[in-house]
Ligand binder design. Structure first.
Ligand code: PLP
Length: 385
């Protein structure tokens, strides 16, 4: 067979074109196949909240590999039932129920489908630029024409919606994807949720990224004192192993009993993902990870603010809550240059438009944060304003 040179090494280049090969990941530390070391300030794609290769999660997965990994629809799963009980407890939803899928996109999509099924309505509302799912609505759950975008922090925009036609308000209370690290104002969130509820729309909290301590609380809706009827989780639920959850409160569960919805997916309630997730929750509780994330997040934010004070011309804004932080620079070119320089210096950070994003494993240490801040400071001095 003739070899065809391929710059993508056989991989479809749908997102990014990385060049280096990762060989090992443990905690916040990564090592590539050339022996170069990195600190991971992205947690993979914001998933390894406990740090990579957490021993208890690995043990749970190995146990599942040796017993049941995947099982189909003919049996119950003790791991899935234990995880449902864990999530009902964490969401304070007595009588709540869950279903487990593989990705955050699936969990959000199913939440919207449930709301549409129960309400008989077709429209989906979101704060503008919230990330919903990789599918893109229009292909699976609802037509794009059925999506209502509400400008963030605009109270009048909330009042302009005819909520009696909306099935679901999907709430992203800490954007990371599109508007890099954005937190809607509390009064706007209260107004939005009250309007949705009054109009009979279901409130679906999208905690795929904000869940599991990322924002300094277990779930971002807790910052606002909300009680959503449906919650979608993914990413950190499996600490990097693909598992997601849709949890509904007792009212929605009862409504589904009265009006059943058929939904089949091959990896629904697979024991392996549920075993990983149960181990994740146990480790979070045993190690006080959420409290630790809140404290390290405050330290990180203060360090970023101090950096801004020293480099006021190049650093325009600092945003953050918990370990979800961003540094907005004077322009995109500078952000790109810094992200590339940091990668070469051994720091994996996110970059979108003019912002750098930091969402490290929640076990990141102050020493690691200091090392990152020193590296950013050095790069800013090398490129004077
Ligand atoms: C807020 C939010 N919702 C949904 C998703 C989709 O999750 P997944 O990529 O696991 O399908 C993401 C992914 O980044 C996300 O950030």
């Amino acid at each position: 067979m003739t070899e065809i040179p391929d710059p993508h090494h056989g991989i479809l280049p749908f997102y990014g074109q990385p060049e280096r090969v990762l060989q090992r990941a443990r905690g916040c530390r990564l090592v590539d196949d050339q022996g170069r070391r990195y600190l991971d300030f992205e947690s993979g794609v914001w998933a390894a909240n406990l740090g990579h290769a957490h021993p208890a999660v690995n043990r749970a997965l190995r146990r599942s590999l040796g017993t049941v990994l995947h099982q189909g629809y003919a049996f119950r799963s003790a791991e899935a039932e234990a995880l449902a009980a864990n999530l009902a407890r964490l969401h304070a939803m007595p009588g709540g129920r869950s279903v487990f899928l593989s990705s955050g996109s699936e969990a959000v999509n199913l939440g919207v489908q449930v709301a549409m099924h129960l309400s008989g309505r077709q429209r989906l509302a979101r704060i503008d630029s919230s990330y919903l799912a990789a599918f893109g609505y229009g292909r699976l759950a609802a037509d794009n024409g059925h999506r209502v975008d509400i400008r963030c922090d605009d109270l009048a925009a909330v009042d302009a919606v005819d909520w009696s036609t909306v099935a679901a308000l999907v709430l992203e209370l800490g954007g990371a994807s599109i508007e890099t690290v954005r937190f809607p104002r509390a009064d706007f969130v209260q107004h939005l949720v009250e309007a949705a509820r009054r109009g009979g729309a279901y409130v679906v909290a999208n905690e795929v990224t904000t869940g599991f301590g990322r924002s300094g609380c277990w779930f971002a809706y807790q910052h606002e004192g909300l009680a959503p009827q449906l919650v979608a989780c993914g990413k950190a639920l499996g600490n990097g192993y693909p598992v997601s959850a849709l949890t509904v409160d007792a009212g929605v569960a009862a409504a589904l009993d009265a009006q059943p919805l058929r939904y089949a997916q091959s990896h629904q309630n697979d024991p392996a993902g549920c075993a990983a997730a149960n181990a994740v929750i146990a480790a979070f509780e045993a190690e006080g990870v959420v409290e630790r994330a809140a404290a390290t997040g405050e330290y990180f934010l203060a360090r970023l603010q101090a950096l801004q004070a020293r480099h006021a011309q190049q650093v325009v804004q600092v945003r953050g809550r918990g370990l979800m932080l961003a540094l907005q620079l004077a322009d995109e070119a500078l952000a790109r240059q810094l992200a590339a320089g940091l990668f070469d210096a051994g720091f994996v950070v996110g970059q979108r438009a003019a912002s750098l994003r930091f969402m490290p494993p929640l076990v990141v240490t102050r020493v690691m944060v200091d090392a990152l801040l020193r590296a950013i400071g050095r790069l800013l001095v090398q490129r004077p304003a």
